[in-house]
Design a protein. Structure first.
Length: 320
C-alpha cells in the first residue's frame, strides 16, 4: 500500500478490494483444456475489438485485483488465491510479445493503448525484450486517429526502455490534440471526437510526470529517474506529496534539485538512495540537494534505521 494510509484501507480500500475481487471471482470460468481460469466476451481498452476472449489487460487487472484483495481483505476466500495464480495470460513465446487477446494476429489495427499499459501503469514484471516487442508491434498498428492518451503511454514506454527519440516523437504528437484558442484537448487530432477531453490531458500530464520525470510509486518507495523532453532546458515538478512530505523537483539536462518543502508532524523523514552505489542521504525540510541525473529511490526512514548521512556533499550529490 503505497500511501501507508492504514485507516483508509481498513475503512474504505478493503471494502472496494473485497467487492471487486468478488466480481472477478464470479466472472472467471475454468477452462479444462488450458488448465487455467479464463474471462470471455469482453471489450478491452482497445475499442475496435469487442466480445473477445482473454484480453491480456483485463486478465491482468483481475489477477492484480485478486492478489491485492488476498493481502488486504480480512479472511479472503481461498479460491481468490487459486484464481489469481492460475488466470490465463495470453503470451506468444515465438514472437515474445503479449497478444492483445486470444486469437489476435500481429498486424491487426488497434484503436488505442492496450497491451502497452501492462508496462505502465500496471508495472507488470517482464523482460526488457518483451516490453520492447510489445511497444514496437503495437506502435506500428495503432491508428493515428485514436484518442489522445495513447501517445502519452507510448512516450512513457519508450522512455522506460531508453528509446528517447521515439519517446520525443510520441510526446510531441500529443500537441496535435490541443485546440486553439483556449488550449482545449480534443479526443482525436485536429479537433475530432469529444471536446475538452480530460482523459487526453491527463495522459499528457502523466507523460511529463512519469515519463520525463521518471516518477514511480511503489509500496515502499518513490522512484525518481529524471530527464528532459527534447528542446527544453528545465522541467519543474512542484508539490509532490509523498507520505506527508511535500517535494519539489527541478530537472536540468545533467543535474536535478530535490527539496522537501514541508513535512507533517506525523510524517516520517525521507532518505534518498542512489541505486548505482547504494549511497544514502537524509532529506531535510528546506534543504536542497543537487544530484546528477540517474535513478534514485526515495523512502521513509524508520526509527530503527541508524547511520543515514545528514550531510550530503560528495558521492554525486551536493547540498545547495
Amino acid at each position: 500500500m503505497a500511501t501507508h494510509d492504514k485507516k483508509w484501507m481498513a475503512s474504505i480500500g478493503s471494502v472496494i478490494l473485497r467487492e471487486t475481487a468478488k466480481f472477478w471471482a464470479s466472472r472467471v470460468e475454468y477452462d479444462v483444456s488450458k488448465k487455467s481460469y479464463v474471462i470471455n466476451y469482453v471489450m478491452p481498452p482497445d475499442e475496435y475489438h469487442y466480445n473477445v476472449n482473454n484480453s491480456v489487460y483485463t486478465n491482468y487487472i483481475a489477477k492484480l485485483n485478486l492478489e491485492e484483495a488476498v493481502k488486504m481483505v480480512p479472511d479472503p476466500p481461498l479460491n481468490w488465491t487459486i484464481i489469481a495464480k492460475n488466470i490465463f495470460i495470453p503470451f506468444d513465446p515465438l514472437n515474445k510479445y503479449h497478444p492483445e487477446f486470444e486469437g489476435y494476429k500481429i498486424g491487426t489495427v488497434v484503436k488505442q493503448a492496450d497491451v502497452i499499459l501492462l508496462g505502465f501503469p500496471l508495472l507488470v514484471n517482464m523482460s526488457n525484450e518483451v516490453r520492447e516487442n510489445d511497444l514496437r508491434i503495437y506502435d506500428r498498428v495503432t491508428t493515428i486517429r485514436g484518442p489522445a492518451m495513447t501517445k502519452s503511454m507510448f512516450a512513457i514506454g519508450w522512455l522506460d526502455i531508453g528509446e528517447t527519440a521515439r519517446a520525443d516523437k510520441s510526446f510531441t504528437q500529443g500537441y496535435t490534440n490541443i485546440q486553439e484558442p483556449f488550449k482545449i484537448w480534443s479526443e482525436t487530432p485536429r479537433g475530432g471526437g469529444t471536446v475538452n477531453f480530460i482523459t487526453g490531458a491527463g495522459g499528457f500530464l502523466q507523460s511529463v510526470l512519469f515519463g520525463y520525470g521518471g516518477l514511480r510509486l511503489y509500496d515502499k518507495q518513490l522512484n525518481f529517474k529524471p530527464r528532459l523532453p527534447s528542446g527544453t532546458i528545465q522541467l519543474n515538478i512542484t508539490g509532490v506529496n509523498y507520505l506527508g512530505n511535500v517535494i519539489n523537483f527541478r530537472i536540468l539536462s545533467l543535474i536535478s534539485y530535490i527539496t522537501v518543502t514541508s513535512r507533517k508532524v506525523s510524517a516520517p523523514s525521507l532518505q534518498l538512495i542512489m541505486t548505482r552505489s547504494g549511497w544514502k542521504c537524509l532529506l531535510r525540510v528546506g534543504r536542497t540537494l543537487q544530484v546528477y541525473n540517474n535513478l534514485f529511490v526515495i523512502e521513509a526512514v524508520s526509527n530503527q534505521q541508524k547511520g543515514v548521512p545528514d550531510y550530503c556533499d560528495g558521492y554525486n550529490a551536493t547540498q545547495v
